[in-house]
Ligand binder design. Structure first.
Ligand SMILES: Nc1ncnc2c1ncn2[C@@H]1O[C@H](COP(=O)(O)OP(=O)(O)OP(=O)(O)O)[C@@H](O)[C@H]1O
Length: 205
């Protein structure tokens, strides 16, 4: 499997933010997007994951191959940790949630209502959902927000296991995950150039 992004231009609120982005990620590989706040990393990830259309260019994989985790954890607060994961296992028809509970050290919390978890515990539950989806392509936006050092290492291990199983990952993060094998793509050079003004006088009004 391979995720190929070709000459992709993406927009937020109707305004182009990144233009001409191209990369390929093969099975077993991870690519980390880097760039300053507001450059368009979230917009690029959402476009690659099929949550919004590109302005132009192409993503050479079906949306069904991907699991996306954004800033929101997507957890149901009245359900327990176990019920949350079971819900996703049912949606994705993947069966067991044991591997996800173990990967993110959630065994001791499995009967706790998700609404009563700490921010970092909620984040671990949200990331455990990626394991449960069984999907080969993980698209992750700032996955380590709220995680302590041990949990970041736990997350890096989960990504490594995913890659070892033939999966691939595309991530945006500002911190060092300790994933030495991951490639890094700085998206700043792809910053969109504003269109030239076609109303010279109007620009001064
Ligand atoms: N609803 C919106 N309408 C218009 N512009 C928006 C909207 N939401 C975000 N933007 C702008 O789009 C640009 C790209 O935002 P995006 O969230 O993709 O950046 P980012 O690189 O992920 O930033 P960060 O590192 O802060 O998470 C930013 O300049 C942002 O202000």
């Amino acid at each position: 499997m391979e995720l190929t992004v070709s000459d992709l231009s993406v927009a937020r609120g109707g305004i182009a933010v990144l233009e001409g982005v191209s990369f390929t990620i093969a099975s077993g590989e991870a690519l980390v997007l880097r760039g300053p706040n507001g450059i368009g990393k979230t917009t690029l990830l959402r476009t690659v994951a099929g949550l919004q259309p590109p302005l132009s260019g192409a993503v050479g994989l079906e949306r069904d191959a991907m699991a996306y985790a954004g800033h929101a954890d997507g957890i149901k607060s009245v359900l327990s940790v176990r019920e949350n994961l079971q819900f996703w296992a049912d949606v994705f028809e993947t069966g067991s949630i044991d591997a996800a509970l173990d990967a993110f050290d959630l065994r001791g919390l499995e009967n706790r209502a998700a609404g009563g978890l700490s921010a970092g515990q909620k984040r671990r539950l949200g990331l455990a959902r990626m394991v449960v989806t069984g999907r080969p392509v993980w698209v992750l936006d700032e996955p380590t927000v709220s995680l302590d050092v041990a949990s970041v290492a736990m997350f890096a291990d989960a990504v490594r296991a995913h890659l070892a199983g033939g999966g691939l990952a595309l991530l945006a993060t500002h911190i060092d995950l300790g994933l030495a094998e991951a490639r890094v793509l700085d998206v700043e050079p792809f910053k969109a150039v504003p269109p030239p003004l076609d109303d010279f006088d109007g620009a001064f009004l």
